[in-house]
Ligand binder design. Structure first.
Ligand code: SF4
Length: 245
């Protein structure tokens, strides 16, 4: 588990070695894939992990699994921000192992963020013949686990947010990053309906960053303000950084 520069987290925890696949426009300049391509030929990395980065089967890092349990001070921890935890090839048993650790660490808040919300329900909660002993499901969920989706544009917001909101969680959050166009969330921000709990937004970064206009951010901030929903501006020269209560 590593300290992170992601402004709204204290740590990132990557218990699975993944090489992800692009699913939408926001993935075009994915830093994880750039890093995976570099690590694939790095002799300092374990042979088995290099094989994953070359396109082999994903691996559970047993040695990394209980890392949050060694941190006593309450922290915000991003789960598998290197890749996508809800990628089709992530073994559901590994997700059970991760949930067990989350349940054993009530002092921490864990955030799962995905571009594949259609897989969340099945991978987190579904009871099947192969997974007959899932700890969660029905009306049960972990109070220290927040679920989020990335919506880089309005099309992805329309696709992903309704799925996210149909799944039980302590908090639902939306990350509009990289923001590739104007995104309006007002219909999911109505306070009475208690829908989205938190909005994060920011531009793409890096040498190939695509434009993000200031007024897109300002419009989204205004919608959050009107609905009383906390907003986290990820820009370096940020205007406002709020967390859900
Ligand atoms: S889903 Fe995330 S990790 Fe996977 S390719 Fe897209 S941006 Fe990269």
């Amino acid at each position: 588990m590593n300290r992170t520069k992601i402004e709204y987290l204290d740590y990132t925890w990557n218990p699975i070695c993944i090489r992800c696949d692009r699913v939408s426009e926001g993935c075009l300049n994915c830093w994880h894939l750039t890093r995976a391509a570099m690590l694939a030929n790095n002799p300092m990395i374990k042979k088995e992990e290099r094989a994953v980065y070359k396109g082999g089967e994903f691996l559970l890092r047993q040695e990394e699994l209980d890392a949050p349990q060694h941190v006593k001070k309450p922290a915000r921890i991003g789960v598998q921000f290197m890749g996508d935890l809800f990628h089709e090839d992530v073994d559901t048993h590994w997700i059970d192992d991760i949930l067990e650790v989350i349940g054993a660490c009530p002092q921490h808040t864990f955030l799962m963020l995905t571009k594949r919300p259609e897989n969340i329900e099945r991978k987190l909660y579904e009871v099947t013949e192969a997974h007959g002993c899932r700890e969660l499901g029905g009306n049960d969920y972990l109070p220290n686990l927040w679920l989020g989706v990335t919506c880089e544009n309005q099309t992805r917001a329309e696709e992903r947010i309704p799925i996210l909101l149909s799944i039980l969680a302590e908090k639902h959050f939306v990350s509009v990053e990289p923001m590739l166009g104007p995104v309006h969330l007002d219909k999911w921000l109505l306070k009475e309906a208690d829908l989205i709990d938190w909005v994060i937004a920011g531009p793409e970064t890096g040498p190939k960053a695509r434009p993000c206009f200031c007024y897109w951010m300002m419009d989204l901030l205004s919608e959050c303000r009107e609905a009383g929903i906390p907003f986290f501006d990820k820009r370096e020269d940020y205007l406002i950084r709020e967390w859900p209560r």
